[in-house]
Design a protein around this ligand. Sequence first.
Ligand code: S3P
Length: 431
Amino acid sequence: MSSKQLVTNVSSLKGTIQVPGDKSISHRAVMFGSIAKGKTTVTGFLPGEDCLSTINCFRKMGVRITQTGEYVEIESDGINGLKEPKDILDVGNSGTTTRLMLGILATRPFHSVLIGDESIAKRPMGRVTNPLRQMGAVIDGRENGMYTPLSIRGGDTVGIQYHSPVASAQVKSAILLAGLGSKGVTTVTEPALSRDHTERMLEAFGAAVIRDGLSVSIEGGQTLTATEIKVPGDISSAAFFLAAGAIVPNSRIILKNVGMNPTRTGIVTVLQKMGAELEITNERIVNGEPVADLTISTSNLTATEISGDIIPALIDEIPIIALLATQADGQTVIRNAEELKVKETNRIDTVVTELKKMGAMIEATDDGMIIHGKSPLHGAEVNSYGDHRIGMMLAIAALLSKSDTILQDADAIAVSYPNFFDHLTELVKED
Ligand code: S3P
């Protein structure tokens, strides 16, 4: 389905918004609630399309889930209560649903089939299916189980020690979830620290997880117990309005209740390094996750270099960082970000191609991009290519452009931020 959205120049953005719930945490709340004994309640849930795909998949395995907006109740008899699905499990556009659910299905003594959209069909699944096969799961699929559709016959799995070649929370989480349902201990070691929501939430559900530097271990056979989860706002969604507040003239935006897990705050570090007027207030811990309010004002930004271990902490924010860099003084270089090529789109290509259409001076490299700053942007006909984060980045770019922009495939934004344009309109109105 394709949809067009007109986005025009604005003179200022002002006001307070509460960004929607964290996507990574919302997925995990539903998945862990579905394998925990009892009734789990979730508040602040993200009712975006990706997380709704997760709910639908677990309903097909017999879990009783009710969802009304941001409130979800999950009733489960525990991991052994999951039933063989009579139908295929449709993951839609969601990589997190696909990979984490593979970890759960790998240990279940039944057959299941996972299928997703065109974008999911291009995303590498061998990074998860190979270690799960080493644990004993029988997995087949397109190109010998490297791509969806995938078929899984699980059960009788044993723990492994796995060195992941990529810093990926999806890979780490899939193996830890498989470890939970396997005999013995499972350890995952990654090359740099990826987001640790799985580790934190497993503890909230009563499981013991042992962390040692870049390694995490879990003992199989532990049972999860239902709990109450409060999902903080998604820093990856906040990032779009943090950038907008910094680069649209005469702006001041307050973002309430933003998740500040240190494995996710690379965008805050980069904004600070670029000289942004950013205030962090009301810092607190909710459900084992740090949370704060953020205030951003129009800023004079300077270029920066981004590479190395910070990349996993801002991987989803690189499209919007690229836009920030077009407005900063100097040349920004982003390196070691080859993982961008296997996201919802090849984000090196889509960011560079679409921002160039708007007049940005930006070049793709093998593992990132080089952006020349202080380039005035102009309106254009641009495309999200079905990638929510590319769509939101282009909508923010359009606010700076003197002429109008038409954003094709704007519907994709509903994957993670269904009320994005409502929030934008609120900020434009309040003056
Ligand atoms: C996610 C992990 C990241 C991130 C994605 C969500 C998660 O992917 O890009 O949006 O919830 O675990 P990778 O694990 O592939 O890096």
